[in-house]
Write a protein that binds this ligand. Structure first.
Ligand SMILES: Cc1cc2nc3c(=O)[nH]c(=O)nc-3n(C[C@H](O)[C@H](O)[C@H](O)COP(=O)(O)OP(=O)(O)OC[C@H]3O[C@@H](n4cnc5c(N)ncnc54)[C@H](O)[C@@H]3O)c2cc1C
Length: 443
């Protein structure tokens, strides 16, 4: 492990959880290092992956490395007087349809890991739900009966599960706002918002900063690319990261419904990928960890302007305000609602969006120096699970920049490490569809 000199200046591209958390870590460690955060928009960035009504905070990973980090991060969230105001610890249920396969294996592995941790006094014992009725009643109460297979037109898929009462949900947008405001309070941090970065400023084998879309150049000792699902535009990641999007929808509730379901847990199905959040601010959010959608475009090669590359990049409701989720995505959400929230299955969605992921095949992040360009570090690949590390990820990124990241983490998050198939997202198999073929717009 080698320690590197403290950079005098750091440019961070991206004000999501990776970027903001790293900026604060730098300000804490090295108050004289000048930090500039550049973003396309002002935080909380409306179409950034870190910004949403809710995110899950949980520690029940099968992988002990993420479980340990998640536990540390969750404690910090609970102890943070501002973040904890937007944190709701009412558990998470993981459900399976019972079909033998990788999702049942993952479910069993995670359940065994929680039980083992509970046996050591680390966390609560999971509450097991051994029947379809028990799963349904965990939301609707002891006397409620699930809808019939006949009315669904298929066999039920929410058949057994466990409820982990240590998990929580959090208002992601408000917490990003809190981190943004904390950055604004630091004399060493400045923001350059609403001017996107066009490309890295490259001189030989070193990047000296970035070139903005308005032609201006910003220079720094280190440029950190923390641009989430947009990172492929700025560094050549080959197909280490596939920017893809999954569907999210919100349904407005009556006051009575909001009270009735107030104490439910986040409820997710490993096999269908569906995820249902408890009522928050008068609405229920649902999403599906589907194979997702790509938006393939032809762009200049980020590191060699004489070439072009084809990659997926986000198409969002900021760039395309009329976009709605594709029809088949809506049908899949409604099919799950019909089984678990029959009252809501045919209710109009208040709004929908595709949420873009910087997805690695293994769901391991990439936090590492660029292998070909000096002066560049990458912190991306958050996949569908990085948000919960908000309070600690910045220090880990800074450890990496300073060459002192724990060796196990450095290996896990290396740039270019062969990624394995095992991961936690997406949960539903199949290839991402090309969005252009299925896009729906109101405009
Ligand atoms: C539907 C969904 C559900 C999820 N649920 C959970 C969950 O329950 N729990 C959990 O822990 N994680 C969850 N995640 C994952 C988590 O939200 C992400 O891993 C994390 O937010 C990624 O943060 P980021 O900083 O990499 O990206 P972002 O938040 O997208 O930040 C990147 C920023 O870079 C900026 N940018 C991009 N290009 C440029 C440019 N050229 N110039 C200037 N700025 C630029 C963007 O505007 C953006 O603000 C979920 C993700 C999705 C999509």
């Amino acid at each position: 492990m080698s320690s590197k000199p403290v950079p005098k200046s750091v440019l961070i591209v991206g004000a999501g959880i990776f970027g903001l958390s790293t900026a604060l870590a730098i300000a804490r460690r090295h108050p004289s290092t000048k930090v500039t955060i550049v973003d396309r928009l002002t935080p909380p960035v409306e179409d950034g992956t870190s910004v949403d009504t809710t995110r899950c905070i949980r520690t029940d990973y099968g992988d002990p490395v993420y479980a340990g980090l998640a536990e540390e991060a969750q404690k910090k969230i609970e102890q943070d007087p501002e973040l904890s105001r937007f944190y709701f610890k009412q558990g998470m249920s993981f459900v399976v349809d019972g079909t033998l396969g990788p999702m049942l294996d993952l479910y069993r592995k995670n359940l065994a890991a929680i039980k083992a941790r509970a046996a050591q006094g680390l966390g609560s014992d999971p509450i097991e739900m051994t029947s379809t009725e028990a799963v349904f009643q965990s939301i609707h109460g002891k006397t409620a009966q699930p809808v019939s297979d006949a009315s669904l037109g298929r066999r039920k898929r929410w058949n057994a599960g466990y409820r982990n009462m240590d998990a929580a949900f959090i208002d992601a947008k408000e917490c990003v706002r809190i981190y943004y405001e904390r950055c604004l309070e630091q004399p060493s941090i400045v923001f350059r918002c609403c001017v996107p970065v066009e490309r890295l400023a490259i001189a030989g084998s070193r990047a000296t900063g970035v070139v903005l879309e308005n032609g201006e150049t910003l220079s720094a000792d280190i440029t950190l690319v923390a641009a989430g699902a947009w990172s492929n535009k700025l560094v050549y990641l080959d197909d280490l990261i596939v920017p893809s999007a999954i569907e999210v929808a919100w349904v407005k509730l009556t006051d009575e419904e909001a009270v009735k379901w107030k104490h439910m847990s986040i409820t997710t199905n490993f096999d269908t990928g569906f995820n249902l959040f408890p009522p928050y601010r008068g609405e229920i959010k649902c999403l599906r960890r589907s194979a997702g959608y790509r938006h393939t475009v032809l762009i200049p090669h980020p590191e060699d302007p004489s070439k072009t590359i084809r990659t997926s990049l986000p198409r969002t409701t900021v760039t395309n305000p009329g976009d709605q989720i594709p029809l088949e995505a809506e049908k899949a959400l409604r099919d799950n609602l019909r089984e678990m929230m029959p009252q809501l299955a045919d209710r109009p969605f208040d709004r929908t969006k595709l949420c873009w992921l910087s997805q690695t095949q293994s769901a391991d992040f990439i936090v590492a120096p660029h292998p070909r360009l000096a002066g560049v570090h990458v912190a991306t690949g958050g996949s569908a699970h990085a948000w919960k590390f908000l309070p600690i990820i910045g220090d880990l990124v800074m450890d990496s920049i300073e060459g002192k990241l724990d060796a196990k983490l450095a290996a896990k998050w290396a740039f270019g490490t062969k990624k394995t198939k095992e991961g936690n997202a997406p949960r539903v198999g199949g290839a991402a569809q090309e969005l252009a073929h299925v896009v729906r717009s109101r405009l």
